[in-house]
Design a protein around this ligand. Structure first.
Ligand code: APR
Ligand code: PHB
Length: 393
């Protein structure tokens, strides 16, 4: 067996793992990243890209902010609609902030480039990753590399950035962790089309037929979503059905702007809310989707992962600077405080904007009333905006 030593072993080469490795390496802290798939597989994932202003700042700290400034779309508000009546919530006029639309895949691509420039130690296509004993002062991680060679890494800390289906969270004994979950009784049918976006900002729509979202990647690449039955498959839905259903759910003043075209990607995503506590077990820490999942309605997934990385990197950097371990061992409490606020908002927005099976007429009237209140109340809009642009770090 080949042995390596490092300071921080990072399991997962998605946005969380790469950003953490980059921030730590910028401070001279040694890392090794273990990624289950190939780099091209990781970069093939289509993911949302609504970046909170705090996220943009942290990405710039890591040195990946250039393209965001050049290619990102700054949005100072968003449209919502109820029963085809649209209204706008201004982020800039309510909370003086904005968000930036910049694909997550592009963020991950830039992080890989920066990590390669730093000659980061990244193992791709690893198998059988096993965290030996997180309670041991020098924690061991054993895995097989892409040619099946068994490798052992000994490090001070191990960080699980391996997503919802990774191995890290499972390494915390069941009697030492508590999991909180809500699974929503619907999914999102999403398509990409090489068509100009229907609107200059996003549109979140609720009708009695269900939810729809209009988003974009660039001026000729649009991303649309329809609430759908989670027990169906993407191939069950023709493009023709998608466009007809989307038009039905759009606000009146947007229907004529919609440019349809063939879908170049079509998929269904389930919706769930999930949080595990705590985010630390001995020298093992959990970050990003390994620790929590939010329904995509509030576009919090990547932003929460970045704030976890921010808090944990601050703790690790303080530790290695000899400033003690207080910030590091407070990571779980600090991160969970912000995580639960984002989980709440994502749950609230999902519940407000979707139609639940078996909804009674009374519930429908309450929903319409709440959206009517949001459309007219500056206070309600400030609450929405404060959470959507991101609670301060
Ligand atoms: N060993 C090594 N790598 C693993 C393992 C494992 N056992 N299991 C999973 N991975 C890798 C996955 O291949 C993936 O590249 O860990 C990475 C986890 O990345 P993400 O799932 O993207 O999670 P994260 O980096 O926390 O980013 C969160 O991504 O899923 C979106 O909506 C989410 O936007 C949010 C962001
Ligand atoms: C997307 O562009 O994919 C997107 C945007 C906003 C969301 C979810 C997804 O809330």
């Amino acid at each position: 067996m080949v042995n390596f030593k490092t300071q921080v072993t990072i399991i997962g080469g998605g946005p969380s793992g790469l950003l953490l490795s980059q921030l730590l390496m910028n401070e001279g802290i040694d890392t090794i990243v273990l990624e289950k798939h190939s780099k091209s597989h990781v970069l093939s994932r289509i993911r949302a890209g609504v970046l909170e202003s705090g996220t943009v700042e942290i990405l710039k700290q890591a040195g990946v902010g250039e393209r965001i400034d050049i290619d990102g779309f700054v949005h100072e508000g968003t449209y919502l609609s109820s029963e085809n009546k649209g209204f706008r919530v201004s982020f800039s006029e309510t909370v003086g902030k904005s968000v930036t639309i910049f694909g997550q895949t592009e963020v991950t691509k830039d992080l890989y480039q920066k990590q390669e420039e730093r000659e980061a130690n990244i193992f791709f296509q690893v198998k059988n990753v096993n965290i030996i004993d997180p309670k041991c002062s020098k924690t061991e991680v054993i895995f097989e590399d892409e040619i099946g060679k068994e490798i052992k890494i000994v490090s001070d800390f191990v960080v699980g950035c391996d997503g919802f289906h990774g191995v890290s969270r499972q390494r915390i004994p069941l009697n030492q962790r508590k999991e909180y979950e809500r699974i929503y009784p619907f999914g999102w049918l999403g398509i990409l089309s090489e068509t100009p976006p229907v609107s200059d900002e996003l549109i979140y729509a609720n009708t009695c037929d269900g939810f729809a979202l209009c988003s974009m990647r660039n001026n000729n690449l649009s991303r649309y979503y329809l609430q759908c039955d989670v027990n169906t498959k993407a191939e069950d839905y023709s493009d023709d059905y998608f466009w007809k259903e989307l038009i039905k759910r759009l606000p009146e003043n947007s229907k004529d702007n919609l440019r349809t075209g063939p879908s170049i990607e079509k998929s269904i995503a389930p919706l769930r809310s999930f949080v595990v506590e705590p985010l630390q077990y001995g020298n093992l820490f959990l970050v990003g989707d390994a620790a929590h999942i939010v329904p995509p309605t509030g576009a919090k997934g990547l932003n929460l992962a970045v704030s976890d990385v921010h808090y944990l990197s601050e703790g690790l950097i303080a530790f290695y600077r000899g400033e003690g371990d207080k910030k590091l061992f407070n990571y779980s409490k600090t991160a969970l405080n912000r995580i639960w606020k984002a989980v709440r908002f994502s749950w609230w927005m999902t519940t407000l904007m979707h139609e639940f099976p078996g909804t009674k007429e009374f519930d429908r009237k309450i929903k319409i009333s709440e959206l009517e209140y949001l459309s007219h109340s500056s206070f309600a809009q400030a609450h929405f905006a404060e959470n959507y642009v991101g609670i301060p770090l």
